[in-house]
Design a protein around this ligand. Structure first.
Ligand SMILES: NC(=O)c1ccc[n+]([C@@H]2O[C@H](COP(=O)([O-])OP(=O)(O)OC[C@H]3O[C@@H](n4cnc5c(N)ncnc54)[C@H](O)[C@@H]3O)[C@@H](O)[C@H]2O)c1
Ligand SMILES: NCCCC=O
Length: 532
C-alpha cells in the first residue's frame, strides 16, 4: 500500500514535499503511467516549486480503468445496501482518522489554508457517512393492479459512472461524486483536475482499505483529452462534471452522442443583496465569507455584492478594513487566512480582471496587487492581496462619507457609479479574491439586477425583515439562496445550479435520483387475456 505520501505528511512543511508515486489507481492498486512523454509539472502554489508530474492517461489506460470498474460494479451492485453502507462507514472512519495528513496534502497541492482544508476533509467523510446512511433505505414501490396482478419498482444503479473534477475542492469533489454513486451500487472512474491530482488517489486507497471490490473507485489522471476519452467511452453510463461552463457544454455534447446521463456543476457570478435593515456586522462577515474562502476560487461565491445606498459608507468602511486585515501567506500556518491562487496563469488572469475593472472605471478600494510574503521560501508563490472594487460616489452620496476621501475623487467618479452592472468584473466569473460592490435603491430594482445574468448557482440576502427575506429568496433565479449568512453548504442540502450554472444536484437525498434508475416489474397472477 503506497501510504508513503501520507506518512511523510506530519513533518512536512511548505516547500518540502515531492511526490513521486504513481497517481493513477485501478484494479485495486496504484498504476504507473504507460508513457511519461506527455508529463506536465504540477506546482506547489505557495512556492512555485514542482510538486510532482501529472502524466495523462491515454485510450488504453482509460479503457483498462473502465473495465476494472465494470468488473467491480458486477460485485458491488449485487450487495445489499446495508452491506455497502458498512464498507462506506469504514472508509469515512479512516478519512476521519487521517484528516490532518490529508488536509495538509490538499493545502500543499491547492494552496488553500490548512484551516479550510481541514473543514473540507470533514465535509468529505461526512458525505460518505451521509450516503452510507441512505444506502440501506433505497427502495421502490409496490402497486396493486386489477385481478390480483401487481407491479413493483426497483431502484437500480446506473453502472460505471465517470466523475470529472475541478481543482478548487479536489478531495471534496471526489467524495461528493463517489459517495452517492457507491451508495447506489455504481462504480466510478474519477479524473481530477491536472492542477490538483494528488489527493484523489488517497481516497482510492482508503476505499480499498475499507473493503470495496478492486476497481470500484478508479483514478485516471489527465486533462481535456483524457476527459474526452471518458465521456466517449461506450461502457460509461453517466458523467458527473464539475468545472467551467465552456467545458460543461463540451461534456454535455460528448455525452449526448451515446445518450449518457449528465450532471453539470458549473460556474457562477452570484448576487449577495444587503438591505439597509440588516445586522451590519453580520452582513460584512457574510460578504467576506461569500468572497474570500479558498482565495475566492469558489463556484458559489457571492461576488456581486449589492448594498442599499443608505448603508454603503458604513458597509464599505468595515468591509475594506477587514479585507485589509486578512493574513495572506503560508497556507500551512494556522494563523493564515488566505493562501496563494492555484497557478501563475490564474493569478495573472485575476490581476487582469482588476486592471480591466480600473480601465472600465471601477475604484480599487483595497488589494488587487501581487503579494510577496516576507518568508523567503514563498517568494515564487502565486499570492495576491484580496481586493474590493467599489463605488466612490455612493460614499459621497451616502452622507456620512468622509469629506476628506471625497477630495480624492475626481469629478467623473463623483457623478458615476464606479462599479456598474455592465463591467467585465461584474459580469464574468473572476475566480479569485475580488469582490465587486454595487449600490441599489429598491427591492424591485435589485431583484431584477441580481437575476440579470446567465449564471444561477447561488444568491444571498441580508435583512431583518422576514417577509422580505423569503420574498427575495423566492425571486432569485439560483439553485441556492442564503438568508443572513453565506456559503453554508452542509452535505444534507441539495447543491446545484439554475440556468447556465448547470443541472442535476449534488449532496442531499435527491442526489440518489441522479445515480440510480427505476425499473418497473409487472406481475400477472391470472391468465393472459389476449386480443389475438
Ligand atoms: N458548481 C460547482 O459545484 C463547482 C464546483 C467547483 C468548481 N466549479 C467551477 O469550475 C471552474 C473552475 O475549475 P476548472 O478551471 O478546473 O474548470 P475546467 O472546466 O477548466 O476543468 C474542469 C475539469 O474538466 C476537465 N476538462 C477540460 N476540458 C475537458 C474536455 N474537453 N472534456 C472533458 N473534460 C475536460 C479538466 O481537466 C478538469 O478536470 C469554475 O468555473 C468554477 O465555478 C463549479
Ligand atoms: N461546497 C463546495 C462548493 C464548490 C464550489 O466551488
Amino acid at each position: 500500500m503506497a501510504q508513503s505520501t501520507l506518512d511523510s505528511m506530519p513533518g512536512a512543511s511548505t516547500g518540502t514535499v515531492v511526490i513521486t508515486e504513481p497517481l493513477n489507481f485501478w484494479g485495486g492498486k496504484r498504476v504507473k503511467p504507460r508513457e511519461e512523454k506527455n508529463a506536465e509539472p504540477v506546482f506547489e502554489p505557495a512556492t512555485g516549486r514542482v510538486l510532482c508530474q501529472m502524466v495523462p492517461c491515454g485510450a488504453e489506460e482509460v479503457d483498462e480503468a473502465i473495465q476494472s470498474a465494470y468488473a467491480a460494479y458486477q460485485k458491488w451492485s449485487k450487495m445489499a445496501g446495508m452491506e455497502r453502507a458498512r464498507v462506506m462507514l469504514e472508509a469515512a472512519r479512516i478519512i476521519r482518522e487521517r484528516r490532518e495528513k490529508i488536509a495538509k496534502l490538499e493545502a500543499i497541492n491547492n494552496g488553500k489554508t490548512i484551516t479550510e482544508a481541514l473543514v473540507n476533509i470533514d465535509i468529505s467523510w461526512k458525505s460518505i457517512e451521509y450516503y452510507a446512511g441512505l444506502a440501506g433505505t433505497l427502495a421502490g414501490q409496490h402497486i396493486q393492479l386489477p385481478g390480483g396482478a401487481f407491479a413493483y419498482s426497483r431502484r437500480e444503479p446506473l453502472g460505471v459512472c465517470v466523475g470529472i473534477g475541478a481543482w478548487n475542492f479536489p478531495f471534496v469533489i471526489a467524495t461528493m461524486k463517489s459517495a452517492p454513486a457507491l451508495a447506489c451500487g455504481n462504480a466510478i472512474v474519477y479524473k481530477p483536475s491536472p492542477m490538483a491530482p494528488v489527493t484523489a488517489v488517497i481516497l482510492a486507497e482508503i476505499y480499498k482499505e475499507a473493503g470495496v471490490p478492486d476497481g470500484l473507485f478508479c483514478v485516471v489522471q489527465g486533462g481535456a483529452e483524457t476527459g474526452s476519452l471518458l465521456c466517449h467511452h461506450p461502457k460509461v453510463a453517466k458523467v458527473s462534471f464539475t468545472g467551467s461552463v465552456p467545458t460543461g457544454k463540451k461534456v454535455m455534447e460528448m455525452s449526448a452522442k451515446s445518450v449518457k446521463q449528465v450532471t453539470l456543476e458549473l460556474g457562477g457570478k452570484s448576487p449577495l443583496i444587503i438591505f439597509k435593515d440588516c445586522e451590519l456586522e453580520n452582513a460584512v462577515k457574510g460578504a467576506l465569507m461569500a468572497n474570500f474562502l479558498t482565495q475566492g476560487q469558489v463556484c458559489c461565491n457571492g461576488t456581486r455584492v449589492f448594498v442599499q445606498r443608505e448603508i454603503m459608507p458604513q458597509f464599505l468602511e468595515e468591509v475594506v478594513k477587514r479585507t485589509k486585515a486578512i493574513p495572506v501567506g503560508d497556507p500551512l500556518l494556522g494563523s493564515t487566512r488566505m493562501g496563494p491562487l492555484i497557478s501563475k496563469p490564474q493569478l495573472e488572469k485575476v490581476l487582469g480582471f482588476v486592471s480591466q475593472a480600473k480601465k472600465e472605471g471601477a475604484r480599487v478600494l483595497c488589494g488587487g496587487d501581487p503579494f510577496v510574503p516576507s518568508d523567503p521560501k514563498l517568494k515564487g508563490g502565486y499570492f495576491m492581496s484580496p481586493c474590493v472594487l467599489g463605488t466612490s460616489n455612493t460614499l459621497v452620496n451616502g452622507g456620512t462619507a468622509h469629506a476628506q476621501s471625497a477630495l480624492f475623487f475626481n469629478t467623473q467618479s463623483l457623478s458615476t457609479d464606479n462599479c456598474r452592472d455592465d463591467m467585465t468584473c461584474v459580469k464574468e466569473e473572476i475566480f479569485g479574491p475580488v469582490m465587486s460592490v454595487l449600490p441599489f435603491d429598491t427591492e424591485e430594482e435589485v431583484i431584477q439586477r441580481a437575476n440579470n445574468t446567465t449564471f444561477g448557482l447561488a444568491s444571498g440576502v441580508f435583512t431583518r425583515d422576514i417577509s422580505r427575506a423569503h420574498r427575495v429568496a423566492a425571486s432569485m433565479e439560483a439553485g441556492t439562496c442564503f438568508i443572513n449568512n453565506y456559503n453554508i453548504n452542509p452535505i444534507e442540502l441539495p447543491f446545484g445550479g439554475y440556468k447556465m450554472s448547470g443541472f442535476g444536484r449534488e449532496n442531499g437525498q435527491v442526489t440518489i435520483e441522479y445515480y440510480s434508475q427505476l425499473k418497473t416489474v409487472v406481475v400477472e397472477m391470472g391468465d393472459v387475456e389476449s386480443l389475438f
